[in-house]
Design a protein around this ligand. Structure first.
Ligand code: IMP
Length: 429
């Protein structure tokens, strides 16, 4: 009864969507456990190019279900829009289910996300503005509205919405001086969502458990990355959920004992969107060139991503937090043609060596990278499908990353398409 998790090892955008689409053919379900429409997973396969924010990347295979677990926060408009688009492009969405325990992102969450960010000024987190943080805040404050409430409109939804909206309107009007939201408008929106979402709502923890009991493989789809984790990331410059392995258990109602493989996905370099320290960040023309070459612009917000060299200190920390059983290295092809490539192997603070990823964000911000420089490669890795096709210097770079992070690379991605993949060793057995 194996479950395999695919976890972002860095600051998100590592290419998890592609990896999941590649592996989903050997599984019965792809199950998302954390985050919300702040994620943007790009999948390129024989059906075309897809950019998914909420629907898990499993529906492109004929036998895999796509399930959203209780740990995800859902913007129903985004979800319904994605399902409609998938349907219109010939993808069967009847194998999609959403947990009745998942929380909804309400219009006031999106409004408050934007107002809070504006109010923070230069201390803004740089959120995606999708209402994710305020929705998780309400979940923990026990003010949240869940997908299951939509199935009981006049009962639990009406009373919960009334209570919460009154409270939110106090904040919206008294703190931010904005117009209150009308109960009838929000209730009508929920009524529309209820009608359209009802066919998909299920007790997903039971579906997942039944699959595992029947000996089926399932894939746990991470969103964002470990360094954005609410507990383990560079707080407060983090998202409001647990994108690391612990979130898979609580976000699905799944025992950690069911998880036999934990795959850590890393880009061959680093990127970060929004504020917060990034010790191996590149600046100047080189950063511009890399960003352009790799088209490092956010799928959700279109923002330019910050770019940097591979940070092995952060990588090792991420391996420890998650207990990675294997690594996936994506976008190796982007480094093709560089005269040399660098890896951050340590930090220095005030001239003193710092070889662990610090929990204090002020200290992280002071960390200067200690780089190791490796010769680049002229021959392309782009579109390679076997490790034998890789230039010796590219292979040496991969081996060095394995050594520094402390875990074997099982998959190398050499392009956006499903076929541009090197399976170094089997992942799903
Ligand atoms: P939020 O998740 O929208 O609250 O944003 C909090 C931080 O996480 C910001 O720095 C975002 O840029 C970052 N973030 C959230 N989702 C993603 C993602 O999918 N990829 C990369 N960064 C993300």
């Amino acid at each position: 009864m194996p479950a395999y998790a695919v976890i972002g090892g860095q600051w998100g955008d590592e290419g998890k969507g592609k990896v999941i689409d590649y592996l989903a053919g050997s599984t019965s379900a792809v199950v998302r456990f954390a985050g919300g429409p702040n994620a943007g997973h790009t999948v390129v396969n024989d059906k075309g190019k897809f950019q998914l924010h909420l629907v898990p990347s499993g529906l492109f295979w004929p036998d895999a279900c796509a399930i959203i677990g209780n740990g995800v926060v859902i913007d129903a408009d985004v979800l319904l829009g994605e399902l409609t688009e998938l349907d219109s492009r010939g993808i069967d969405t009847s194998r999609f289910y959403v947990s009745e325990r998942a929380h909804l992102i309400m219009p006031y969450h999106i409004l408050l996300d934007q107002l809070e960010e504006e109010a923070k000024g230069s201390a803004a987190i740089g959120t995606t503005g999708r209402g994710v943080g305020p929705a998780y805040t309400d979940k923990i404050s026990r003010l949240g509205i869940r997908v299951g409430d939509l199935l009981d409109l006049e009962g639990s939804l009406a009373s919960r919405l009334e209570q919460t909206l009154e409270f939110k309107n106090q904040i919206i009007t008294k703190i931010y001086g904005k117009e209150p939201l009308e109960f009838d408008t929000v209730f009508q929106l929920c009524t529309d969502w209820a009608e359209q979402l009802a066919p998909y709502v299920r007790p997903t923890e039971q579906i997942v458990q039944d699959m595992l009991d029947q000996g089926k493989n399932i894939l746990l789809e991470g969103a964002q990355g470990t360094l954005l984790d609410i507990d383990h990331g560079s707080y407060p410059y983090v998202t409001s959920s647990s994108p690391s392995i612990g979130g898979a258990s609580t976000g699905l109602g799944l025992s950690p004992q069911s998880i036999t493989g934990v795959l850590g996905v890393f880009k061959a370099y680093s990127t970060r969107v929004g504020g917060g320290p990034m010790p191996s960040e590149m600046h100047g023309q080189m950063a511009e060139d890399l960003r352009e070459k790799a088209q490092e612009f956010g799928v959700t917000t279109g923002r330019a991503r910050r770019v940097g060299w591979f940070d092995a200190v952060a990588g090792r920390y991420s391996r420890e937090v998650n207990g990675f059983t294997g690594l996936v290295l994506t976008r190796l092809d982007i480094l093709d043609g560089f005269e040399s490539v660098k890896v951050c192997v340590g930090y220095k603070v005030d001239g003193h060596a710092q070889d662990r990823f610090p929990s204090n964000t002020n200290i992280l911000a002071q960390c200067e990278p200690v780089f190791e420089e490796w010769p680049g490669w002229d021959e392309p890795t782009a579109s390679a499908t076997s490790a034998k096709q890789l230039p010796a210097n590219a292979l040496a770079y991969v081996r060095r990353i394995e050594e520094l992070v402390g875990c074997k690379v099982q998959i190398i991605s050499t392009g956006p398409s499903r076929t541009e993949t090197i399976l170094v060793e089997p992942v799903i057995v």
